[in-house]
Design a protein. Structure first.
Length: 447
């Protein structure tokens, strides 16, 4: 066996198990502005959690319409809720951004190893994190009496803060954790979501399920003509929109990632939409129009016609052609909204077009929060509801902040960071088999 081949095998093994060198880590496809965008969403999510607890009239949709809130809270809600702490817009951002990022390793290096590594890391990264967080939530809130939450609600007159459901038997809690990664529909109604504070565990479960939609679609892209990518993604999105599926959200994230990575599509993005032989419409014009139209719809539903919030469901033909389905079947749980999609798509296209926006989102405080977004989501909700139950009469924000920071500082390094490391190591093990086979074959030939 030649020394050069032995050196390449050793270098391959070193890179696989110990990661890339500092120069390789600065690859152009490592896009910090996407991580920084998640950091912005973390800040918005914290706003939503605090306002949902202490000023529910400022959050829409919420139980505020069953309570009497001060007029100034309704005024602030009508002005600032849509862009800053709107519930559906926040989870829309996270779902599309997840699809935007999960496909980057494969699209950057389309081969079997990166594809298999993405699948293996995703299972461990998401599965371990949400399983541990849900187990902690079940253990904590089964030990807290519901009377504490009732006392808190009576003081603040906020029925939105309720005690999470409790599993009747231990194995019911275990099975609910197991099913988080296996539910294929009705994520909001699954047992683990009812055991979770504020009933928001459906979002990570949905994101995990929709990642497989991205995996199936992204395998096709590197081996087809770039100009076919957009047509295929649009056809897929129309089909999923017809059925009121979340697939058109996921395929949107994949399409934006493909445009950001594929040089041919990126050049077309910069050139604009071809109208005639001598004229092209810059993409920032329809992008701005999408953002404006999306926010106009959101302000109409929040401030002008709140009772018509779910009327856009009539645009999905499956409601009229399905077996016994109705508007109430869909509006009783979160669903993919068109106004949120327009805001997210328009904003992401603007970010991809303008470098100053990418630099602004790549600052270290935002990327720091973005890397810890999952652990912030878990730790803040658990600490918030724990404090709500034990501090109903002498509650101080400083005490809640301290509890949140302590819980987050324990969960992030012990579970969230370890799940990332374990997923990377399992992905790197994929390199071990071909290395050992080649090494043994060369040694046998040498002997």
């Amino acid at each position: 066996m030649s020394s050069s081949k032995m050196l390449s095998i050793v270098q391959h093994a070193k890179t696989s198990f110990f990661g890339q060198t500092s120069n390789e880590q600065k690859a152009p496809h490592i896009q910090d502005h996407v991580t920084g965008l998640r950091g912005v969403l973390v800040i918005q999510s914290l706003f939503w959690i605090y306002l949902q607890t202490f000023a529910p009239a400022m959050v829409y949709p919420s139980s505020a319409y069953q309570t009497n809130g001060p007029t100034w809270q309704y005024a602030l809600r009508d002005i600032f809720c849509a862009p800053l702490w709107n519930t559906s817009l926040i989870y829309t951002w996270f779902i599309i951004l997840s699809a935007r990022t999960v496909c980057i390793p494969f699209l950057s290096n389309p081969c079997g190893t990166t594809f298999a590594g993405s699948l293996m890391r995703r299972n461990i990264r998401v599965g371990l994190s949400i399983s541990v967080a849900t187990a902690i939530s079940i253990l904590v809130f089964t030990q807290i009496e519901n009377g504490y939450f009732e006392t808190f609600n009576s003081i603040l007159h906020n029925p939105a803060v309720t005690a999470p459901a409790k599993p009747q038997k231990p194995h019911a809690g275990f099975l609910s954790i197991y099913e988080l990664l296996w539910v294929t529909r009705n994520w909001y109604q699954q047992a683990a979501n009812t055991f979770w504070p504020s009933s928001t565990m459906w979002a990570p479960s949905l994101i995990y399920f929709q990642s497989y939609t991205v995996y199936i679609a992204m395998v096709i892209l590197p081996f087809t003509r770039p100009f076919w990518h957009l047509q295929g993604c649009i056809a897929f999105a129309i089909g999923s929109y017809w059925l009121e599926s979340w697939g058109w959200y996921s395929i949107t994230g994949l399409m934006i990632a493909d445009v950001a990575i594929n040089p041919v599509l990126r050049d077309e993005l910069k050139k604009g939409i071809k109208i005639t032989e001598n004229f092209r419409l810059p993409y920032f014009i329809p992008a701005v129009a999408f953002v404006i139209l999306g926010f106009v719809q959101k302000y109409l539903w929040i401030a002008a016609f709140p009772s018509q919030l779910n009327r856009e469901l009539i645009l999905h033909p499956t409601i009229w052609t399905g077996d016994g389905l109705s508007l109430s079947d869909f509006s009783s749980q979160p669903y993919a909204r068109l106004d949120d999609w327009m805001v997210v798509v328009g904003t992401m296209v603007l970010i991809e077009l303008f470098q100053p926006l990418q630099k602004a989102l790549s600052i270290s405080p935002l990327t720091y929060l973005g890397r810890r977004s999952l652990s912030e989501f878990f730790s803040c909700l658990i600490s918030q509801h724990t404090a709500n139950s034990y501090l109903p009469r002498h509650f101080y924000c400083a005490e809640l902040d301290c509890l949140h920071c302590r819980h987050q500082d324990v969960y992030q390094p012990s579970t969230d960071a370890r799940s990332i490391d374990l997923g990377r190591w399992c992905g790197r093990l994929l390199f071990l088999h071909p290395i050992v086979v080649d090494l043994c074959r060369d040694l046998s030939h040498a002997c």
